[in-house]
Design a protein around this ligand. Structure first.
Ligand code: FUL
Length: 487
């Protein structure tokens, strides 16, 4: 069937009030491919922010537990030296741009003076029951130009109405509304999929459509995170490492609601889906310590700056966001070891990426007639410009070369797609000029917002990037080289 016949048959079906047979819909889609998904302005800004700090703080901090059961007395919450400004300064030193606080964890204790329950800071001795941790954190973030995110656990082990679905859904919507209306603009709202209720526990049917509607209405710019998005997806593990490949696109039917488990769910979250119909980038959450909450016994197990740099390469360097948890102690401050590790991370990242060696290179690329978007766009330092490579086909593999008059030494490579136009590259490779010919350096898969490669230190006068496979004509916004050893 050609295009005309397809259209005639579809029009006849519509006129007769019939729906289109699925095989026809499939053929029509093949003739008129739907545009590939692109990020919203907020999703693009989120991805460019790269680093967010997670703050797990609450009643568990005082019981030395990871999951409270909801029977804890609010009287034990008393972080006498709480200073959210200290959290923000430490996060800033690490290069973090957003902070996400657990306003309520699974134990149900609320860190703000909610009107929905007495199980909150209001019933604690802290600031004589007049304190508001969310407010203090928000104020500290705003003063430093840092984005704010809030975590509100759907699972609530304290709330008596939990399990009585409509009543709890109302209460949850009220809590969410308080958080969305009292504290100004939020960058991210974090919905945890965890639910440990056993077979005899209370079963609560969450009203996800209502939850999503509430956020969209009250904070249209805020991005919602959960296993099932809708705006940012969980990366599928708590080790801080994204999949390889990693697509920002997903098939929403694969993970329809948060809290599902199974190998295929993990795969879908880790890798995304090259043919996915929605843009839903991955966020890799990981803690700076073994636990999410502070435990004095883990003070000696704080990750080192080297390890945090590894995580940066494994998350941001694989096209995901990095969400690093740093839990305040019972005093209400980040522990000095955590502060030191954050400062070390910031120092190392600034050192590695201090000098882009590509800035002094000459560029040359495979022939393509889009002169406004030529190869030199990849070294102009502007994330909004790109080299339009032309199509990748079985006979045409676009390439781009950087060349220097004298050898340069490098060990870190950064490649970025202009994702404002979608993510399309499925495979790429790099070669370096070695003793008069091209020698393979590495083969990689997806690129997306950012792809980082670390290689053994090498010297060369030329490096070539080849795009081996893509789902649509790629656009490269940045191709950069660094010598991380110079730091
Ligand atoms: C999990 C929770 O159960 C942990 O306590 C923690 O909050 C982590 C970020 O998500 O699902």
């Amino acid at each position: 069937m050609n295009r005309r016949e397809l259209l005639t048959s579809a029009a006849a079906a519509l006129a007769a009030g019939r729906s289109w047979p699925t095989h026809l819909a499939g053929r029509i889609a093949a003739h008129w491919p739907v545009a590939r998904p692109v990020p919203s302005a907020a999703q693009l800004a989120w991805q460019r922010d790269e680093l967010a700090v997670f703050v797990h703080f609450g009643i568990n901090t005082f019981t030395d537990r990871e999951w409270g059961d909801g029977t804890e007395s609010p009287r034990i919450f008393n972080p006498e030296r709480l200073d959210a400004g200290q959290w923000v300064r430490a996060a800033r030193a690490g290069g973090f741009r957003t902070m996400i606080l657990t306003a309520k964890h699974h134990d149900g204790f609320c860190l703000w003076p909610t009107e929905t329950t007495e199980h909150s800071v209001k019933s604690s001795p802290w600031r004589e029951g007049k304190g508001d941790v969310v407010r203090e954190m928000v104020d500290a973030c705003r003063a430093a130009g840092m984005g704010v995110g809030l975590y509100l656990s759907p699972w609530d082990r304290h709330e008596p109405s939990y399990g009585d679905s409509p009543a709890y859904n109302d209460l949850y919507a009220r809590q969410l509304t308080e958080l969305l209306t009292r504290y100004g603009p939020l960058v991210e709202v974090w919905f945890d999929g965890a639910n440990g209720e056993g077979p005899n526990g209370k079963r609560q049917e969450y009203d996800w459509p209502r939850i999503h509607r509430t956020v969209r209405q009250l904070q249209p710019e805020a991005l919602m995170f959960s296993d099932a998005g809708p705006d940012i997806r969980w990366i599928g593990n708590e080790r801080g490492i994204a999949g390889d490949p990693n697509w920002c696109t997903v098939d929403p039917a694969e993970v329809p609601y948060p809290g599902m488990s199974g190998d295929h769910i993990t795969r879908a979250l880790q890798h995304g889906d090259p043919q996915g119909s929605v843009w839903r980038p991955g966020e890799a959450d990981v803690s700076i310590r073994p636990g999410w909450f502070w435990h004095p016994a883990q003070d000696s197990e704080v990750r080192s700056p080297d390890n945090l740099v590894e995580l940066y390469f494994g998350s941001v360097g694989r096209n995901a966001g990095m969400l690093l948890n740093v839990p305040p102690t019972t005093s209400g401050l980040f522990h000095e070891r955590d502060v030191g590790a954050l400062a070390g991370l910031g120092e190392q990242l600034r050192g590695i990426f201090a000098t882009n060696l590509a800035a002094t290179a000459r560029t040359r690329a495979s022939a393509h007639n889009d002169r406004a978007n030529g190869a030199d766009r990849v070294i102009d330092g502007d994330p909004d410009t790109h080299w339009a490579t032309g199509p990748v086909t079985s006979t045409q593999r676009p390439w781009l070369e950087l060349a220097w008059p004298r050898p340069i030494a490098f060990d870190t490579i950064c490649i970025q797609e202009a994702i404002a136009h979608g993510q399309h590259i499925a495979a790429h490779s790099l070669e370096i000029w070695h003793e008069g010919s091209w020698a393979p350096l590495l083969r990689g898969t997806t690129i997306g917002y950012k792809r980082l490669h670390r290689v053994p230190a090498a010297q060369t006068t030329r490096i070539r990037l080849t795009l081996d496979s893509a789902l649509d004509a790629p656009r490269i916004s940045n191709f950069a080289l660094y010598d991380g050893r110079r730091r």
